[in-house]
Write a protein that binds this ligand. Structure first.
Ligand code: ADP
Ligand code: TPW
Ligand code: MG
Length: 599
């Protein structure tokens, strides 16, 4: 029966600090696992828990709230987990997600794995059932060997067995999450530990505040000299700024490096805004040119992975035409895809500062022709785009809708943009300028759908700022129920759904000719706005740019939870947005389905 507990010893032998509450005369002199866990988080500066309640952690959430923590309850653990990971990205402190055992834990695992993949610090705390029953596979309530299952999905996994170990366990989890390359950590908390009672003074002493959890790491002088040597040879240099640089929060040093070197810079998706997209050295609008023609590339907290075609191929120009300088906290990242001529291992701020200091005497300045070439290309592309954004096509297309949102963010640059989808993602990324660091949160390294609502909640909670979540209708479907969470906590979140009736496009057909809809289409003209109204939020159906502009303006000035269902031409999108080339194909399939050629 759920909730039935076997009698078990409360204290390990020799642990004389553990006492039984029944025998205690003064309850005030005691504490328990619940309170120790809350205190251990608080002592390490963690003030918010993102969770879904249930056995054995329901009371833990209640007590945390009673002890002054912010406890944000979601409708599904995946979104609580995404929120925690985004909190980690935004604050450099581990975001904490709390779940029940087995199914709740597994629902949280996707988010934990995503945090690890993105190098964001997060701690997943899951309650677990009776150890001795789990280990003998005797079928306990929500039984699962969670510790073993979590391991491949995170940087470190720990289990607590005694209340007096809570302090050290939380300290270990915090340090593992934020030190070196940040990532996800799993902390397994058997329900029985929460109920263990011990002396309050001893409990207090057992807490550990992590000192200098992510020590700054300076590169060696040799490594700096090597990098300067490469920079001195550069004729067509480039700096690629990644989300590791955004995470590092050394915004002023990065600005100084970019401006003193004079190098053009290319922001990766979530590094947009580390320097404003409107900065004169921003080469985002000349992306193809700078990737192809650059000869020296400084990678600043950005991996050379699929998002950069692994540093190889047509996009990167002639093979062997580049030298890479890579700044990364993780030495093992070097040479992951291509040779790194000058690895600089350390935190972005320290490495950038070391380069700035060493550059002073070297007179580093890129040739004017290169800068002019990049600038001319960028300006030309931006002008072409500006015209498209003004269109008044009926039905509304991505350009017109994004023209409206671009203006909204330009007017209110403090707004945090959350963005997911395929076309909705790729086009919003290239059209909407970001002006402040860590003001764009998106699908990250995996391109995961469903991060939107968790990210929006975390952004609003952690920063208190207005959030604009630009969501493909499919992307939104992965997390849509969390609009209730947004309404419940009355968060300043405006969701704009780009509703093209489907995945990539809304005009797909069933190639078998049957009655079932195509695999990529949804119910036509779905009223996501009415769904928002059901929870007391503002819902608007916007069918043209003027209606969209008005609804966004009202949402951003009122701060009310709002969902704008923006009708987008079902025929406007491309298969997989910008990455259609990653879809596998074969001559057999192409021959069998002539339709495949038109996609
Ligand atoms: P993007 O997707 O924006 O290109 P990635 O997530 O691929 O960025 O790369 C981020 C890189 O930044 C990772 O290799 C990670 O090790 C590194 N990193 C994370 N934090 C820091 C830091 N504080 N200093 C230096 N490098 C960091
Ligand atoms: C967890 C695969 C990539 S993009 C996408 C899916 C399902 C949705 C695209 O449609 P949307 O945007 O959001 O309506 P638009 O503007 O192009 O119409 N499951 C997960 N992650 C991913 N990436 C997928 C599936 C996918
Ligand atoms: Mg869509």
């Amino acid at each position: 029966m759920a909730g039935m507990k076997r009698e078990r010893a409360m204290a390990p032998e020799g642990a004389n600090t553990t006492v039984n509450a029944d025998n205690a005369t003064d309850i005030e002199s005691l504490t328990d696992g619940f309170h120790l866990l809350i205190d251990a988080l608080k002592v390490n500066g963690i003030e918010t828990i993102y969770n879904v309640p249930g056995i054995p952690i329901t009371d833990l959430g209640r007590y945390a709230q009673a002890q002054g923590m912010r406890v944000i309850s979601f409708r599904h653990e995946q979104h609580a987990g995404y929120a925690a990971s985004v909190a980690g990205f935004l604050t450099k402190k581990p975001g904490v997600c709390m779940t029940v055992s087995a199914p709740g834990f597994l629902n949280g695992i996707t988010a934990l794995a995503n945090a690890t993949t993105n190098c964001w610090p997060m701690i997943l705390i899951s309650g677990s059932s009776e150890r001795e029953i789990v280990d003998l596979a005797q079928g306990d309530y929500e039984e699962m060997d969670q510790l073993a299952i979590a391991r491949p999905f995170c940087k470190a996994a720990y289990r607590l067995n005694h209340a007096e170990d809570i302090g050290i366990a939380v300290a270990r989890a915090v340090r593992s999450a934020v030190s070196g390359r940040p990532g996800g950590v799993y902390l397994d908390v058997p329900g029985a530990v929460l109920g263990q009672v011990m002396d309050a003074v001893e409990g207090e002493k057992s807490l550990v505040k992590v000192i200098d959890p992510a020590p700054r790491a300076t590169p060696s002088p040799d490594a700096v000299a090597r990098a300067i040597g490469v920079m001195k040879e550069a004729k067509r240099p480039l700096i690629v700024i990644g989300k590791g640089a955004a995470y590092d929060q050394s915004d002023d040093v990065i600005k100084e490096l970019v401006e003193k070197s004079g190098y053009p810079f290319l922001p990766m998706s979530m590094a947009k805004g580390v320097l404003p997209d409107t900065h004169p050295q921003c080469a985002a609008a000349a992306r193809s040119l700078v990737l192809k023609d650059s000869d020296v590339v400084i990678m600043l907290g950005a991996r050379i992975n699929w998002l950069l075609s692994h540093g190889k191929g047509k996009q990167w120009g002639e093979p062997g035409s580049k030298k890479f300088i890579q700044i990364d906290i993780d030495p093992e990242e070097m040479d992951s895809n291509v040779e790194i001529a000058a690895p600089l291992v350390g935190d972005v701020g320290s490495c950038a500062q070391a380069l700035i200091d060493a550059m002073e005497s070297e007179g580093i300045a890129p040739p004017k022709e290169w800068l002019d070439q990049v600038h001319t290309k960028a300006v030309g592309n931006m002008e072409k785009m500006a015209n498209k954004l003004q269109n008044n096509n009926d039905p509304m297309d991505y350009f017109a809708a994004l023209g409206v949102l671009k203006e909204a963010i330009n007017t209110r640059p403090e707004t945090i943009l959350v963005n997911e989808g395929a076309n909705t993602l790729d086009m919003c990324r290239s059209i909407v300028n970001i002006h402040k660091p860590r003001h764009r949160i998106d699908v990250g390294t995996w391109g995961v759908m469903g991060i939107g609502m968790g990210a929006a909640v975390a952004a609003a909670i952690e920063t208190g700022k207005q959030v604009l979540a630009v969501e493909g209708d499919s992307a939104f479907g992965f997390c849509g129920m969390e609009v209730e969470t947004i309404c419940r906590y009355n968060l300043p979140v405006c969701i704009v759904i780009f509703n093209n009736n489907g995945i990539y496009r809304g005009d797909g057909e069933n190639w078998g000719g049957g009655d079932d809809p195509a695999t990529t289409v949804f119910v036509e003209d779905s009223r996501y706005d009415v769904m928002m109204q059901a929870f007391g939020g503002v819902g608007v159906w916007a069918k043209n740019p003027d209606e969209l502009r008005q609804a966004v303006e009202e949402a951003l000035s009122s701060g009310k939870p709002t969902l704008i269902n923006a009708a987008i031409d079902p025929a406007a999108g491309k298969e997989s947005g910008n990455i259609g080339n990653l879809n596998p194909s074969s001559v057999v399939a192409q021959a069998r389905y002539p339709q495949a050629k038109n996609i």
